[in-house]
Design a protein around this ligand. Structure first.
Ligand code: F6P
Length: 328
C-alpha cells in the first residue's frame, strides 16, 4: 500500500500481559522519536481508547521500563470494543488526539481488534505478538513466551526437590490457553515423566503404563506437565483419574497459573521485543498496514493479521517426539 503520512502513533497493550511488553512499548516509542514522530500511550488497551485514557508520551515515561514485567500502559479485555458503537467511540477519541496510526501489542484477540479497526476506519495499524502462549503464526516466538517457559521451569525445579524428597507424583498445570507450547518446553526442560497437551491425545491408560514402567526403572519421583485447555481436563482432574488406577501413589497437584505471566523479561524476550518495536514503526512508515511484525529465522517478517491469527500454529512434531523419547 502507498504509505500515508504518519505524524502521531498511538501504542497500546491489550489482552493478557506478557513479560517484554514494556520493552516493546519502549522500542516503539524510541523508534518513533528517532523518526521525529509524536507518540501517544493508550492506557488499558481498547477500553482506554473508548474511555479516552490517551496521553502523549515523553522520554521520561519509558525510562527504566525495559527490564520490568507487566505493562506500564496496563491492559484489559474490552467487551465494548467488540461492538460497532464501542469502536466508533474509540475512533472518535483517536481523531480528537490526531492519532493517525496504531501499534497494538497483544495476542490474537488484540490483533483482531487492530484488523477490524483498519477495515472499518482505515487507521494504519500494525500488531506485535505479545502473549506468553506463543500461539500466533508469523513469528517463531511471541514476546513473553521465553520468559514464561523459564519461570515455569524454575518453579518445576523447586517442585522436583520436594517430589524427590517424598517420592511423590506431581501433576503441574501450565498456561497456554489451548496451545501446548509452554507445556512442551517445560516438559523437555524439566525432565518430565510425561507432557499432556491439548493438540495430542494421551489416553489415561498409556499414562498409567508409563508411570508403572518408570517405577520399575526405580524412578522415585515423577512430574507430569499438563497444559491447561486439554479435552481430558486440567491437572486436578487427571490426577483424580490416575489416583483411581494407582491408589498407592502419593499424588499432588500444582497449578502454576499467573506467576507465569510476571517477572522481568529474559534476554531473549528483551531483544525480540526491541527488534519488533522498531519493526512496527518502520513498517508503518513503509505502508505495511493490517500486518503483524514477527521474527522468523532471525529475520523480521510482516504477516497479514488475518493469517497470523487464523493459521493454526502447531507445536513442533519434533519437539513432541523429543519430549516423548526423553520421558520413557
Ligand atoms: O493468553 C495468556 C493467558 O495467560 C493464557 O495462557 C490463559 O489461559 C489466560 O491468559 C488467562 O487469562 P486471565 O488472566 O484473563 O485469567
Amino acid at each position: 500500500m502507498e504509505p500515508k503520512t504518519i505524524k502521531r502513533i498511538g501504542v497500546l497493550t491489550s489482552g493478557g500481559d506478557a513479560p517484554g511488553m514494556n520493552a516493546a512499548i519502549r522500542a516503539v516509542v524510541r523508534a518513533g522519536f528517532y523518526y521525529n514522530l509524536e507518540m501517544y500511550g493508550i492506557y488499558r488497551g481498547y477500553e482506554g481508547m473508548i474511555n479516552d485514557e490517551i496521553k502523549k508520551l515523553e522520554t521520561k515515561n519509558i525510562a527504566h521500563v525495559l527490564e520490568r514485567g507487566g505493562t506500564f500502559l496496563k491492559s484489559a479485555r474490552s467487551a465494548e470494543f467488540r461492538t460497532p458503537e464501542g469502536r466508533q467511540k474509540a475512533y472518535d477519541n483517536l481523531q480528537k488526539h490526531g492519532i493517525d496510526a496504531l501499534v497494538v501489542i497483544g495476542g490474537d484477540g488484540s490483533l483482531t481488534g487492530a484488523h477490524l479497526f483498519f477495515q472499518e476506519f482505515g487507521i494504519p495499524a500494525i500488531g506485535l505478538p505479545g502473549t506468553i502462549d506463543n500461539d500466533l503464526s508469523g513469528t517463531d516466538s511471541t514476546i513473553g513466551f521465553d520468559t514464561a517457559c523459564n519461570t515455569a521451569i524454575q518453579a518445576i525445579d523447586k517442585i522436583r526437590d520436594t517430589a524427590t524428597s517424598h517420592d511423590r507424583l506431581f501433576f503441574v498445570e501450565v498456561m497456554g490457553r489451548d496451545a501446548g507450547f509452554i507445556a512442551i518446553n517445560a516438559g523437555i526442560g524439566s525432565a518430565a515423566a510425561a507432557t499432556l497437551i491439548p493438540e495430542k491425545k494421551m489416553p489415561i491408560e498409556r499414562l498409567v503404563e508409563r508411570l508403572k514402567a518408570r517405577k520399575k526403572a526405580m524412578k522415585q519421583s515423577n512430574i507430569v506437565i499438563v497444559a491447561e485447555g486439554g479435552k481430558s481436563g486440567g491437572a486436578a482432574e487427571i490426577a483424580d483419574k490416575i489416583k483411581k488406577q494407582l491408589p498407592s501413589y502419593d499424588i499432588k497437584v500444582t497449578i502454576l497459573g499467573h506467576l507465569q505471566r510476571g517477572g522481568s523479561p529474559s534476554s531473549f524476550d528483551r531483544v525480540l521485543a526491541s527488534k519488533l518495536g522498531v519493526a512496527a514503526v518502520e513498517g508503518l512508515m513503509q505502508g505495511k498496514y493490517d500486518v503483524m511484525a514477527g521474527v522468523i529465522n532471525n529475520k523480521i517478517v510482516y504477516t497479514p493479521i488475518t493469517k497470523a491469527i487464523v493459521d493454526d500454529k502447531e507445536v513442533d512434531e519434533d519437539d513432541f517426539r523429543i519430549a516423548k523419547i526423553l520421558s520413557t
